[in-house]
Design a protein around this ligand. Structure first.
Ligand code: HEC
Ligand SMILES: [Cu+2]
Length: 342
């Protein structure tokens, strides 16, 4: 990675929103400096001016000043609101997923990043993407908490066991950028690194050609569904159908036995495969066996991609609920936000 910036060691600005993060960062620094200088100056001034001249001196009485108090309330209020607005803008641009993004699946594992493209190409600790294209990552982990972090893109998100989190970016400069795990995840955490390789469109096409595997996640999912895991025996239409219909359910509302409902999203599909008993679809018997421990995270990603494809949804899904900002260990629990996309 080249650091051709005016501050030594400062990472490249290589994504569409990198400048926003930097602008907010320098704004915060500017405000801190603007407060620090007068405060330190005042400390020295008062130390001298009010030094002890006389034992037990009583200072002159002082009454409040409305003007002074108004000024020192309003100025900090305005400053804190600008910080809040700046932070909110950066947060919304980063954690609301764009509609028309290229889809990539990421599975973290002690201590590597396993990546699969929608067109089937697989990579480990490398992510090849085209320049000036929105890329959305759907991420989970096979073991512990990790955090997918690309400093040059000024973005990162926790990768959490048992659920999907999302990250998107649009790279603006071809090049090779550091990829880190930014959440301490055990002995070789520091080795859980890699590169994001941003390529011009023709180079990227050539790379895709050169790494074609023949099977896409959707095709792998179909194979698991129809052959390896036997889902089709219950879910395929016809006389033997005992499971819920999966065609067209993505983005729709489902109702559960015993009340409650949800909008079908990735998280729900994942949970339906691992904990079918937890949300039994209205009108069906709780006969679906759990597949917990029988499918890997990568197989789950393929199954979810396949079931989505039955609704005509490819990876280009609408805004997902915001991922929690990196390193907030408290879950947001807001993962059921409506996803009205179909
Ligand atoms: C023994 C029959 C059976 C098998 C095998 C089976 N299912 Fe199911 N599945 C059901 C039934 C019955 C339901 C509805 C009741 C429920 O929600 O548990 C269901 C519900 C679901 C739902 C939720 C559907 C909705 O409308 O919300 C999904 C998704 C699903 N199954 C996926 C799978 C996948 C993927 C596999 C294979 C890994 C699989 N099922 C294997 C019987 C089965
Ligand atoms: Cu890690």
């Amino acid at each position: 990675m080249q650091t051709n910036s005016w501050i030594p060691l400062f990472p490249d600005q290589a994504s569409s929103f990198a400048w926003q993060v930097d602008a907010l960062y320098f704004y915060l620094i500017a405000i801190s400096v603007a407060f620090m200088i007068p405060i330190v100056a005042a400390i020295f001034f008062f130390v001298v001016k009010y030094r002890e001249r006389e034992k037990y001196a009583t200072p002159e009485e002082m009454h409040g000043s409305i003007v002074l108090e108004t000024v020192w309330s309003i100025i900090p209020f305005v400053i804190s609101m600008t910080i809040f607005l700046g932070g909110a803008i950066v947060y919304f641009t980063q954690y609301r997923m764009p509609d028309n993004a290229m889809q990539v699946y990421v599975v973290g594992k002690q201590w590597m990043w396993k990546i699969q493209h929608e067109t089937g190409q697989r990579e480990i600790n490398e992510l090849h993407v085209p320049v000036n294209t929105k890329v959305k990552l759907t991420m989970t982990t096979e073991d512990v908490l990790h955090d997918f972090s690309i400093p040059a893109f000024r973005t990162k998100a926790d990768v959490v066991p048992g659920r999907y989190t999302y990250l998107w970016f649009e790279a603006t400069k071809p090049g090779k950028y550091h990829l880190y795990c930014a959440e301490y995840c055990g002995l070789n955490h520091s080795g859980m690194i890699g590169s994001v390789i941003v390529m011009d469109q023709p180079d990227f096409e050539a790379w895709l050609q050169g790494n074609a595997t023949g099977t896409t996640p959707v095709e792998q999912g179909r194979d698991l569904f129809e052959n390896k895991l036997g889902c089709a025996s219950c879910h395929q239409g016809g006389a033997t159908q005992r499971g819920a219909k999966l065609e067209g359910i993505y983005g729709k509302e489902v109702r559960f036995v015993g009340g409650g409902s949800t909008i079908v999203d990735d998280e729900y599909l994942r949970n339906s495969i691992l904990n079918p008993g937890s949300q039994v679809v209205e009108g069906y018997q709780p006969i679906m066996p759990t597949f917990k421990g029988q499918v890997t995270e990568e197989q789950l990603v393929s199954l979810v991609a396949y079931i989505k494809s039955l609704s005509g949804v490819t990876g280009n899904t609408a805004a997902q609920p915001a991922a929690p900002a990196a390193n907030t260990s408290a879950g947001t629990g807001s993962n059921t936000a409506a996803n009205s996309n179909k």
